[in-house]
Design a binder for this molecule. Structure first.
Ligand SMILES: *[C@@H]1O[C@H](CO)[C@@H](O)[C@H](O)[C@H]1NC(C)=O
Ligand SMILES: *[C@@H]1O[C@H](CO)[C@@H](O)[C@H](O)[C@H]1NC(C)=O
Ligand SMILES: *[C@@H]1O[C@H](CO)[C@@H](O)[C@H](O)[C@H]1NC(C)=O
Ligand SMILES: *[C@@H]1O[C@H](CO)[C@@H](O)[C@H](O)[C@H]1NC(C)=O
Length: 341
């Protein structure tokens, strides 16, 4: 997998065509203003980072920078919200416990959350070559399929992966389904969004069809955008570190099933998905994308990890999401792949 090699390079070699920064946990609860706006609680638990104007509604006309008092992201002009589902561990007795999160490599002091990348170029260790278009206020997107339970269904989405971390910096191989063994240092999920925009719609009914993958190849192989989606954007990627260490001494199932389960019941890993609501101040993101940058070192407004950690929101959905639970919050039980696959 070519992207694996490039990502490993990005972590090792000074590069100038990627912005990499961390966002600490803002809140973890059942809210989903993209797929179920206004629903309180929404179906399953999410972990959310970014501006603290996040709430159940998120009207596309909301001025996110003006409505926020802080952001849990390192760039202080970024009031976007980024979120994913959360992982639970299913014990042999059928009880579930939430898998804690960690700050990523080089962001060890962060309170969980996720690392965000905006990539301008596929070959990002050899200098910035491309101009990419920023997203705009009101823009939002989703990637993945929460109903997917098979490898074939997961394969419709490129680059939503799991890495079983034997060391803190293990970044390969990337797998499309959950690791089926104990991962000594935890699990890394990497979620990459499509990079071609239709240039018109800030959203679409499925929150995906206003975006497209390149017509051929991938972002990493510099594949061209299709004529229906001609505007090349930065590649947005999230990395999330799941701390499975507290469970590593518990027995792994012997019947071929898995101990890992997403908060909405997927116990295969095929339904890995991610949500993004753009909320950068003014043209701050476009300026960053236009500037040859090395990781976070751009001369733009940055805050410390301690400051990021201080931007938190109170849960509005009052329920236990962290104890040993007989069912996942929202009533889900682990669902495995259909027997026919
Ligand atoms: C969300 O925030 C907006 C203002 O930013 C407010 O008008 C709205 O009532 C809030 N919705 C919920 C469900 O909290
Ligand atoms: C189920 O197993 C876990 C892990 O061994 C344990 O901590 C928990 O108390 C058990 N729950 C019940 C209801 O027995
Ligand atoms: C575990 O996963 C690996 C990688 O996907 C696969 O090659 C292997 O066959 C799996 N092992 C079992 C016991 O399912
Ligand atoms: C930027 O990230 C590097 C690691 O890549 C870290 O050492 C440095 O402290 C960060 N700078 C700021 C201002 O956060």
């Amino acid at each position: 997998m070519q992207w694996t090699t490039l990502l490993t390079l990005a972590l090792a070699v000074p590069s100038s065509a990627v912005v990499r920064f961390h966002c600490s946990q803002l809140v973890t609860q059942r809210l989903d203003p993209l797929v179920s706006p206004g629903l309180l609680p929404s179906s399953h638990v999410h972990q959310i980072v970014g501006g603290d104007s996040f709430n159940a509604t998120m009207d596309p006309k909301k001025d996110m920078p003006a409505s926020s008092t802080c952001t849990s992201c390192q760039f202080t002009d970024d009031f976007s919200n980024y979120w994913t589902a959360v992982l639970y561990w299913r014990a042999q007795n059928g009880s579930y416990k939430r898998v804690p999160q960690l700050g990523n490599n080089q962001f060890e002091k962060a309170n969980g959350g996720l690392t965000v990348y905006y990539m301008q170029d596929p070959i990002y260790d050899s200098g910035q070559k491309s101009k990419v278009t920023s997203f705009q206020p009101g823009f939002r997107m989703f990637i993945g399929d929460i109903a997917a339970r098979t490898l074939a269904e997961a394969a419709k989405f490129r680059q939503l992966t799991y890495t079983c971390m034997d060391t803190w910096t293990t970044r390969a191989p990337e797998m499309t389904l959950f690791p089926n063994r104990t991962c000594k240092e935890g699990i890394l999920t990497s979620l990459r969004f499509p990079t071609c925009w239709d240039g018109k719609n800030l959203d679409s009914p499925d929150h995906m069809s206003h975006m497209s993958y390149p017509e051929t190849g991938t972002f990493e192989s510099a594949g061209p955008c299709p004529s229906t989606h001609p505007v090349r954007t930065a590649q947005v990627m999230f990395e999330v570190v799941w701390d499975t260490k507290p469970f590593n001494s518990l027995p792994w199932p012997t019947d071929g099933s898995n101990s890992l389960v997403w908060s909405f019941g997927d116990a295969t890993g095929a339904a890995n998905h991610a949500d993004y609501i753009f909320g950068w101040k003014g043209d701050a993101l476009q300026k960053i994308l236009d500037t040859p940058t090395y990781m976070n070192d751009t001369g733009f407004n940055l805050q410390s990890v301690d400051e990021m950690n201080r931007c938190v929101q109170k849960r509005v959905v009052d329920e236990d999401i962290d104890g040993w639970l007989p069912a996942l919050p929202g009533g889900f039980q682990a669902q495995y792949a259909p027997a026919s696959t």
